[in-house]
Design a protein around this ligand. Sequence first.
Ligand SMILES: Nc1ncnc2c1ncn2[C@@H]1O[C@H](COP(=O)(O)OP(=O)(O)OP(=O)(O)O)[C@@H](O)[C@H]1O
Length: 294
Amino acid sequence: MTPDLMEEGALRVETYTRQRAETGTASGDRAASYARPAVAGEVDVTHGRILYLEDVSVSFDGFKAIKGLNLDIAPGELRCIIGPNGAGKTTMMDIITGKTRPDSGTVFFGSTIDLLRHNEPEIAALGIGRKFQKPTVFEDLTVFENLELALKTDKRVRPSMFFQLDSAQRDRLAEVLHTIHLAPHVRRQAGLLSHGQKQWLEIGMLLMQEPKLMLLDEPVAGMTDEETARTAELFLTLKGKHSLMVVEHDMHFIRAIAGDTGTVTVLAEGSVLAQGPLDKVQADERVIEVYLGR
Ligand SMILES: Nc1ncnc2c1ncn2[C@@H]1O[C@H](COP(=O)(O)OP(=O)(O)OP(=O)(O)O)[C@@H](O)[C@H]1O
């Protein structure tokens, strides 16, 4: 990546962000949230857990979508979540990210951060990144510009007009480009990428913010078999460096990322029905009954 390219990218991002802010579109809101200064501190994982949910419940108009949910995740773990439609998988992610408030229960990030005391932007800034099912990259910006936009930039101390990547940010961007297999497409407009590449770019945008925990909702939906296989490789490279919670219905993909020893959690009717290595949960009669056997 040349300094020219970086400068050009920074200026285009600045113009784009300003235009979006002026027109007040939903994408403008999103751009603002990507550029938000992050205030993440250390997460205390000395007790061996990066995420801890205990006895969490939430109802919508009397319907209990989450019922006494208990779940915890170890630092660096890649946790797979499966379960039938309506099991509460998305609602659980909404609770972790502060989008939905539970009626009762405990939700901790590490052993000291009570997530129920924080709102959605604060939780993102603390280091919990979320990727929704549909890719929502900025289609008229290049791959480079999308990643740049996602950088943790404190606009209060460094006016964005004069924003230039420092060497650590340049290295990070190059590393992320490589990780998401998009280095050859750095100058390409995101709208011209394939569906799978857009998904990888969005994962790259999350990675630019160096999340400690990543929540990924159906990341391979709509991907080709080859893209799915490359996404599995990508997730296996992220495991260990980040903690991941992956919701997916594609059992081939689950097999590829869980391997023989990864933990798979089966949610049904708002709580954990079964949990353990994939072979064990696949052989569980209750899981076959409510999900796999259908
Ligand atoms: N805001 C809401 N208002 C009312 N009901 C809701 C709301 N959000 C979720 N629900 C209901 O809660 C239940 C759990 O939904 P959720 O979307 O979490 O399931 P899911 O496991 O993610 O399903 P899928 O695999 O289809 O995405 C469903 O019955 C859903 O209709």
